[in-house]
Design a protein around this ligand. Structure first.
Ligand code: NAD
Length: 454
């Protein structure tokens, strides 16, 4: 489905009208194309005194082909230099008075980013800090990044990445993966997020253009919408995709699987024998599954007073209970090896709640509960579990929303537009990389920094 208003404002007539009437001005977002450099312009890297990450980050960025700007030559002939990204290591800030260093770095460069530029601040998880003062200062970083995301406009995104102090080799690999995701056009519709990089069995790919080479990835709900976009992104990145959907969607599913050279599994996830049939298929065909993406989901909207029990049961069963049953069987049969990754699809409705969606919001909040409770358990087995929570994404689901509500949902975010299925797909893709295995327990919103549930 298309956003006609966004296309109109990018025309000459549209630009004039938007300016004159002060209407919302959705920018054209930079999205990833294979072979693109990570950034269209140099990155400026700064650090608070005593920061522990500026050096490894400089090495990571250089190895990734990012040009580092000379911090002493930020203006040429009175014009401010244009940066692709501002990356700041704030781990050296140990009390609130040190927060002034954030102002000193960002204030002179507040208008120096190119459209769809990137801001990344690196911190230490407050729970790991040595003193209450340090934890306070590190927690304060969230206010800065969330505000920059709202303030800078023109498709600029801003994120806070907390990196564990007790890192291992996996930590640096997953920091590398995270920076590559956040700086690139893959993260076009992700802003205002807090991401934690911990320890784990992360491994760097031989080729970062194919970060999923040789990986077996199961995608549920792959016949259309976000799942179909995801299957394409994963295959583009080198994965062998096992695409699953209900038998009724068999034709569409076969078309997706054929297009990407994957396999199709027709299965209703709510069938009592679905977990064992799926496990048998994966064991027989591949002997394992490296990544499981629980994407299939349904809505059955009604206000609670008018909702019959069937609507409640179906939504909880497809969106939440089936994920639990499948995880249990795949883990029990040890089909997910150490280093494996699970990604679940939640929703902003599970964070903010939504009128007419008590069943759906309960199921999607449950997905976040699943991440909170199961990620620490899986960690013991070297398996990661994260969730993405999409906001307003342009799909058949959102096309059915009445016009006025749809326009509100679409514009009430820092990008003034809805996201595309590919934006959710790229975010899940990053969490599915072997290089991301030291990320676990995260819930990453793909919502353009929606005001809902903020
Ligand atoms: P969609 O309806 O286009 O696709 C969902 C797919 O899941 C369909 O192909 C469907 O056949 C499949 N499915 C449903 N029940 C199944 C079952 N029992 N067994 C196997 N497959 C089943 O939806 P979408 O918009 O692509 O959404 C994908 C996921 O993203 C869902 O979990 C949804 O809740 C979530 N989400 C979507 C949005 C959005 O704006 N579109 C926002 C937030 C969250």
């Amino acid at each position: 489905m298309t956003d006609r208003y966004a296309s109109f404002v990018q025309s000459a007539a549209g630009r004039a009208l938007v300016k004159r009437l002060g209407l919302p001005d959705p920018p054209r977002l930079r999205r990833h194309q294979p072979g693109d450099p990570l950034l269209p312009a140099p990155a400026l890297v700064g650090a608070a005194t005593g920061g522990r990450l500026a050096e490894p980050v400089g090495k990571i960025l250089t190895a990734a082909g990012v040009e580092l700007a000379d911090p002493t030559a930020t203006t040429t002939a009175g014009a401010t230099a244009r940066f692709g990204a501002l990356v700041y290591d704030a781990t050296g800030i140990t009390d609130s008075t040190g927060l002034r260093q954030l102002y000193d770095f960002f204030h002179p460069h507040a208008r120096s980013l190119v459209p769809s530029g990137r801001v990344v601040v690196l911190g230490t998880p407050p729970a790991e800090c040595d003193s209450p003062r340090e934890a306070t200062a590190q927690r304060a970083l969230e206010g800065l990044t969330r505000s920059i995301g709202k303030e800078f406009g023109r498709g600029v995104t801003a994120q806070l990445v907390y990196v564990t102090r007790d890192g291992d080799a996996g930590t640096l690999t997953s920091l590398d993966a995270t920076l590559r995701f956040l700086l690139s056009g893959r993260s076009a519709y992700v802003s205002g997020q807090v991401i934690r990089v911990e320890t784990g069995p992360a491994t760097a790919p031989a080729d970062w253009d194919r970060p999923l080479d040789g990986q077996v990835v199961l995608v549920t709900g792959a016949a259309r919408g976000i799942g179909a976009a995801l299957a394409r992104v994963l295959a583009r990145d080198g994965a062998q995709v096992v695409a699953l959907d209900v038998p009724a969607a068999g034709d569409a599913l076969a078309a997706v699987a054929n297009e990407i050279g994957g396999t199709a599994v027709q299965l209703d996830l709510t069938a009592p024998d679905a977990p064992t049939r799926l496990a048998d298929h994966l064991a027989g065909r591949h002997g394992r599954v490296d990544v499981v993406v629980h994407n299939a989901g349904i809505t059955r909207d009604k206000t609670l007073g008018r909702m019959d029990a069937d609507r409640w049961d179906q939504v909880i069963d497809v969106n939440l209970s089936s994920q639990e049953r499948i995880n249990d069987v795949l883990l029990e049969r040890e089909l997910i090896p150490a280093g494996g990754r699970l990604v679940s699809v939640s929703s902003i409705a599970g964070i903010a709640g939504n009128r007419g969606q008590t069943n759906y919001a309960t199921s999607k909040a449950g997905v976040i509960g699943l991440v909170d409770s199961l990620a620490p358990v899986l960690r013991e087995r070297g398996i990661s579990l994260n969730a993405v929570a999409p906001g307003f994404i342009e799909t058949r689901l959102t096309a059915r929303i009445p016009l006025v509500v749809r326009e509100a949902g679409r514009r009430m975010n820092s990008m003034a537009q809805g996201g595309l299925p590919v934006d959710v797909a790229e975010t899940i893709g990053w969490l599915a990389w072997p290089a991301s295995a030291a990320l676990t327990g995260n819930v990453v919103r793909v919502c353009g920094q929606s005001l809902l549930g903020a």
